[in-house]
Design a protein around this ligand. Structure first.
Ligand code: FDA
Length: 491
């Protein structure tokens, strides 16, 4: 098949790409979506769980790359989880049809309205809270755990203990919605259906229960008959042509990463939805290699969404810790955002190691007071991140404050089991920014200095949103694509 004159190409099948694909296909447009990862549903290969990492567990690595306890050797395969290592930060990303939705914890959190307004002063917050956020919660199938099930289920002891301890320390807790179907989870607990969340399935994909994008937006887009998804197709560079169309140099690989074919695509309209790091890589690398025009704001205003991991050991040792059995789907959080001294939100995270490790794990989300920049280093031919300990100083202070307060009220020590000094300052699940809405793009994600190029993914958010980001990424993408279509950008 000739891909020399495609009307619309989308690169990447995460949240931004899936929303764009659905809305364009519904509007009757033919769309080709290029995804470097595997179409797992089509391939029919099951995802592996945390305790037995297999094919899906890592992107072309010889060893597993979970944030901790990587004792497993692997045969390189185009798995769902990748890790990008920089000097002071490690960034985990999802690969495959569905992008980050395949690997993430499914926590579907709408940001606080006051913070959303602070981060996006130019957006119509009222419209977001009355229309776009409710719309995406519906499309993503967001739901909430039944309180009685949470109270009774042995797999949620870690949440009950976490909440009880937080209250004792004077913190406020909140229930966290998720895209995992909690009705399915109740059935798996009763052994009526195959187990998934209760079978340590997370971060390497999920075989049942979880409504990842392949089951929501992308499935709907496929049903229009207007979407073609080419998996295992990695875009290497983009060139701008004289007639303002784009040429894409693409490598098709097999599941061992070996090259099958070098392909050239040309398209009139191009949407970059390769995720924050993927989109920045494409823009900055193309600029370095072929003079691809980029605006001066590309790479600026990048942040880790205040991600900072920490943990405590020997939580309530006398009452048996957080439990040997743990669901992989988090449902509890501690909301300390309104504390002027130490504003943060933290997930009460599971640690499903198959035994009671008497350890509580927390992923803090903080403000990002000092943003970073992303560059392309021509010598090493890779992205460079201007980011170090100074960027996470306040996050560390918040984590210290949190752990001290929790330990004072409940006993326990800072977790040296999980992290060298008890803090995982360099762990990032939520890279955001670098191609910020209304700075590097116009108000709807159209890139400045370009007529036919759009960015629709996490890079539009200026480095911070105060909660887990995919609900916001999806809502911003809905807002942008709706307006781009309305303005006849894809006519
Ligand atoms: P996303 O990263 O989803 O998709 C980009 C896609 O583009 C990928 O499939 C990639 O393979 C593809 N791609 C990249 N470069 C390409 C190229 N050159 N050619 C072709 N394809 C290319 N968030 C949240 O709200 N709640 C949560 O519970 C969690 N939990 C969580 C856990 C873990 C382990 C991770 C890694 C992340 C989370 N997140 C999360 C974060 C969330 O998953 C993330 O913010 C979104 O997936 C980002 O959506 P995007 O649309 O920006 O890109």
């Amino acid at each position: 098949k000739d891909y020399r004159d495609v009307p619309i190409v989308i690169i990447g099948s995460g949240y931004g790409g899936a929303v764009s694909a659905l809305r364009l296909c519904e509007a009757g447009k033919k769309v080709v979506l290029l995804e470097m990862g595997l179409n797992w549903e089509k391939a029919g290969i099951p995802f592996s769980n945390l305790l037995k990492p297999g094919k899906s567990s890592a992107w072309l690595k010889t060893k597993s790359i979970a944030p901790f306890m990587n004792i497993f050797s692997l045969t390189p395969f185009t798995g769902t989880l990748d890790r990008l290592d920089f000097d002071h930060i490690k960034i985990w990303v999802g690969r495959g049809v569905g992008g980050g939705s395949l690997v993430n914890g499914g926590m579907a959190v709408t940001p606080k309205e006051s913070y959303f307004k602070e981060v996006f002063p130019d957006l119509d917050a009222e419209k977001f809270y009355s229309h776009y956020f409710p719309l995406v919660r519906e499309e993503l199938k967001v739901n909430v755990i039944d309180e009685q099930f949470l109270k009774d289920c042995p797999y949620y002891k870690f949440t009950r203990v976490g909440e009880e301890e937080a209250h004792k320390a004077g913190f406020k807790t909140i229930r966290v919605p998720n895209v995992y179907d909690f009705k399915y989870m109740e059935k798996e607990f009763r052994n009526e259906v195959p187990r998934s969340a209760l079978n340590t399935e997370v971060i390497y994909g999920n075989n049942h229960g979880k409504n990842s994008l392949d089951k929501t937006y992308l499935r709907k887009a496929m049903e229009t008959g207007n979407l073609e998804i080419l998996d295992l197709h990695r875009v290497q560079t983009i060139q701008l042509n004289d007639d303002k169309s784009y040429t894409l140099n693409v490598q098709q690989t097999d599941t061992s990463g070996a090259l099958i074919a070098d392909k050239v695509f040309t398209c009139k309209k191009l949407i970059l939805s390769a995720g924050t790091m993927g989109t920045l890589q494409l823009l900055l690398q193309s600029n370095a290699e072929n003079g691809f025009p980029i605006h001066e704001k590309i790479g600026k205003n990048w942040g880790n969404n205040g991600n900072f991991m920490t943990g405590r050991n020997w939580v309530k040792p006398l009452s048996g810790g957080t439990g040997a059995k743990q669901s992989t789907i988090p449902v509890g959080g501690i909301d300390n955002w309104d504390d002027p001294e130490h504003p943060f939100f933290t997930e009460i995270a599971p640690l499903p190691m198959g035994m009671d490790v008497a350890t509580a794990l927390y992923l803090l989300i903080n403000r990002v007071d000092k943003k970073g920049d992303v560059f392309y280093n021509k010598t090493s031919q890779s992205l460079t991140l201007n980011w170090n300990e100074s960027n996470t100083l306040k996050m560390r202070e918040n984590a210290q404050y949190f752990i001290r307060k929790m330990n004072k009220a409940n006993g326990g020590t800072r977790s040296h089991l999980l992290f060298d000094n008890g803090f995982g300052a360099d762990i990032c699940y939520h890279p955001l920014g670098g191609c910020v809405l209304n700075e590097a793009t116009n108000e709807y994600g159209k890139l400045k200095d370009h007529e036919n190029l759009y960015v629709l993914d996490g890079s539009l958010i200026p480095g911070t949103i105060g909660v887990n980001p995919f609900v916001t990424i999806t809502a911003i993408a809905e807002y942008c694509i709706e307006n781009l279509i309305r303005k006849n950008e894809f006519a």
